[in-house]
Design a protein around this ligand. Structure first.
Ligand SMILES: *Cc1c(COP(=O)(O)O)cnc(C)c1O
Length: 219
């Protein structure tokens, strides 16, 4: 079942778009099934769950932390995480850099933006992100790489609203790219799109979709 769902989704997304299989709340046996079907990139939103799954599953899995990350928990995932999707403060960026350095690694990070109309969702405003980048401090953090932007659209059936929010994120990406990362190829990802809205996200320029329930069933 999972194998079929995965191949349907792979067929529906262009080859330049990375599929992050969001496996939160699902047991390792189910993740192993997706792994056996060829999936290598998985996303989790809780540090403890992520760490436990990392320990039990094959080591060539690329683990993405897609949820809100507290500074005091960065140390647990720094040894192995490949991409942190939800960096929403300079403080968190500094901590990821510090812990990555301790582990002799470079960790890719995305700046999370608040694009939804709900206020329950985390993320930076454009001005906050600009302040972080304008400080130039990230240029001296040698163990992180700012790899792009991430955002979640409002949970709504209004497609035009979702499309507008994704457009906003794509626009932020372009502006930041041209101001701060013009000659930096590492800044390349727009992580947007989940089970309910990834089609729209891809039309609006997503390079990375985070899909859970359409692969693994409802939670
Ligand atoms: C759970 C989650 C997803 C996946 O959601 P689905 O609707 O199950 O595809 C994507 N992104 C984030 C940040 C999540 O927490």
């Amino acid at each position: 079942m999972i194998k079929e769902r995965l191949s349907e989704i792979r067929e529906a997304i262009p080859s330049h778009v990375t599929l992050v299989a969001v496996s939160k709340t699902k047991p390792v046996s189910i993740i192993q099934e997706a792994y056996d079907a060829g999936q290598r990139v998985f996303g989790e939103n809780k540090v403890q769950e992520l760490t436990e799954k990392y320990e039990q599953l094959p080591k060539d899995i690329e683990w993405h932390m897609i949820g809100h990350l507290q500074t005091n928990k960065v140390k647990y995932i720094a040894p192995f995480v490949s991409l942190v999707h939800a960096v929403d403060s300079l403080k968190l960026l500094k901590e990821v850099n510090k812990q990555a350095k301790k582990n002799n690694r470079t960790i890719d990070c995305l700046l999370q933006f608040h694009i939804a109309s709900e206020d329950s969702k985390f993320g930076l405003s454009f001005e906050e992100a600009r302040d972080i980048l304008e400080s130039g401090l990230f240029l001296e953090m040698y163990n992180i790489s700012i790899a792009g932007v991430m955002g979640m659209a409002t949970f709504t059936s209004d497609e035009s609203q979702i499309r507008d929010e994704f457009r906003t994120l794509e626009n932020y990406f372009n502006v930041l790219k041209s101001h701060y990362f013009k000659f930096n190829d590492s800044f390349r990802h727009i992580s947007m799109g989940m089970s309910g809205d990834y089609g729209i996200a891809i039309e609006e320029g997503s390079t990375m979709v985070r899909i859970g329930s359409s692969i693994f069933g409802s939670r």
